[in-house]
Design a protein around this ligand. Structure first.
Ligand code: GAL
Length: 417
């Protein structure tokens, strides 16, 4: 017990010490972009700010999906010393805003006309009580499948567009002696795959279950079917999946050890970083049964209350740099995501990026654009974490069948609200 207290105290001392190293004209940025493609994209922002004379104090907290980063953030805020800007998703942003911890970007937003160019689905989380509190940097989506072109060609089958076609490709890959599905067994990754399975059961169903949290949908037959499919997918994963980081799973597809990965489009950053090309080395398709709809997670930089004119100036300059159309193009072509503004041309984007931009516009117009439950845009963290528990338990064989998992999900979500 004594030892633990000491550990926590020195962790706090360390973070406070780090903050002291920041000058008023610097920005201190907390984020979880530590994988190759992510770090490359973040460099675009660092360099952009450096050109304006704004220094960067880096506070990386590794861990896809950002759970560890959010824990580190709480410690900093509790110590009364928040960073300038924090990478954040969905309900986490509005939760911090509700606590009065975030600054105000209205001046920058008004001067630059953000209201007109940032999609309403994002604004719902970038604004609180009518005030801008965060600067959205991108739009990612979780319902993608990344397939090795060589492994697909070897199956002699077409890109799968339905569950049955997907299973046929996975079976053939197994016969061909590779791991059909590259997967990292971490709760957020299990949940990322599950977003797609729930969406494939129908857009109305996704909305009822993961946005409206309707108990009948959460515990019903379609949810049971989605869980049965998750259990089936488990049979195509290798023995060492437990705890594997998502980018190592991407690497398995890149180096030919595995056939495909179901992951958000940050995976593309890894393929590109390895020198691979869409359509040549890898194929990007919507998870079978979800073309036409999107489960999105937009990374935003939530801006915390910082003290002093210079610090606020640097913070506003960062927000402005993030929303510049040129930056949006330069950053998102590297990151794998698509711009957080609707007026950025797709010319610099590769085929997967162009598809991402087109899919987003279509989903937005057709009301089939939904927040990703796995990445904090479906429901607040308490509910999200409750779904993680059940999804991961299901993936690891703790329920007899999909129906029991669905029942457990409905109970867990009810208890978490
Ligand atoms: C997501 C985030 C992405 C990517 C991914 C893996 O939550 O939105 O930008 O970083 O985690 O780390």
């Amino acid at each position: 017990m004594r030892k633990m207290t000491k550990g926590v105290t020195s962790a706090l001392a360390l973070t406070i010490g780090l903050a002291a190293a920041a000058r008023a004209e610097d920005v201190e940025v907390l984020h979880w972009w530590t994988a190759g493609g992510e770090a490359a994209a973040l460099n675009v922002l660092k360099e952009d700010l450096a050109k304006q004379g704004i220094g960067w104090v880096d506070m990386p907290v590794a861990g896809g999906g950002g759970e560890a980063a959010m824990t580190a953030l709480s410690a900093r805020v509790t110590a009364g010393d928040p960073p300038t800007a924090v990478q954040m998703l969905g309900f986490d942003i509005t939760d911090w805003a509700a606590q009065g911890a975030l600054g105000n970007l209205d001046e920058v937003a008004a001067a630059e006309g953000w209201d007109k160019v940032i999609p309403a689905a994002l604004q719902a989380f970038s604004k609180y009580d009518g005030h801008w509190i965060a600067a959205p940097v991108n739009v990612h989506s979780t319902n993608w499948l990344w397939i090795s072109k060589a492994a697909l060609d070897k199956t002699g089958l077409a890109e799968p567009t339905s569950w049955d076609e997907l299973i046929a490709v996975l079976d053939k890959m197994k016969e061909n002696g590779i791991t059909p599905l590259a997967h990292g067994g971490q709760p957020w990754q299990d949940a990322t795959v599950f977003d797609s399975l729930v969406l494939a059961q129908g857009t109305d169903f996704y909305k009822a279950a993961f946005i409206d949290l309707d108990p009948a949908a959460l515990g019903g037959e379609k949810m049971a079917a989605a869980f049965d499919q998750l259990l089936k997918l488990r049979s195509y994963v290798d023995d060492n999946f437990s705890g594997r980081d998502w980018n190592l799973a991407s690497a398995m597809v890149i180096n030919g050890e595995a056939g495909m990965q179901a992951m958000g489009d940050w995976a593309k950053g890894e393929f590109l970083g390895a020198g691979q090309k869409p359509g040549v080395d890898f194929v990007c398709i919507r998870f079978p049964g979800t073309q036409g709809a999107i489960t999105f997670n937009a990374d935003q930089f939530a801006m915390f209350n910082v003290k002093g004119e210079e610090a606020v100036k640097a913070q506003h300059a960062m927000a402005s740099a993030i929303e510049s159309p040129a930056f949006q193009s330069a950053f998102n072509t590297v990151k794998g995501s698509v711009p957080a503004r609707t007026d950025v041309p797709d010319t610099a984007f590769d085929d997967c990026g162009k598809k991402g931009i087109k899919d987003l516009a279509e989903a937005s117009a057709g009301n089939t654009l939904f927040g990703s439950m796995a990445h904090g845009y479906g429901a607040p963290a308490s509910v999200k974490n409750a779904t993680y528990d059940v999804i991961t338990a299901a993936f690891n064989g703790e329920y007899a069948d999909g129906a029991s998992a669905a029942t457990a999900l409905a109970e867990a979500v009810a208890a978490a609200q």
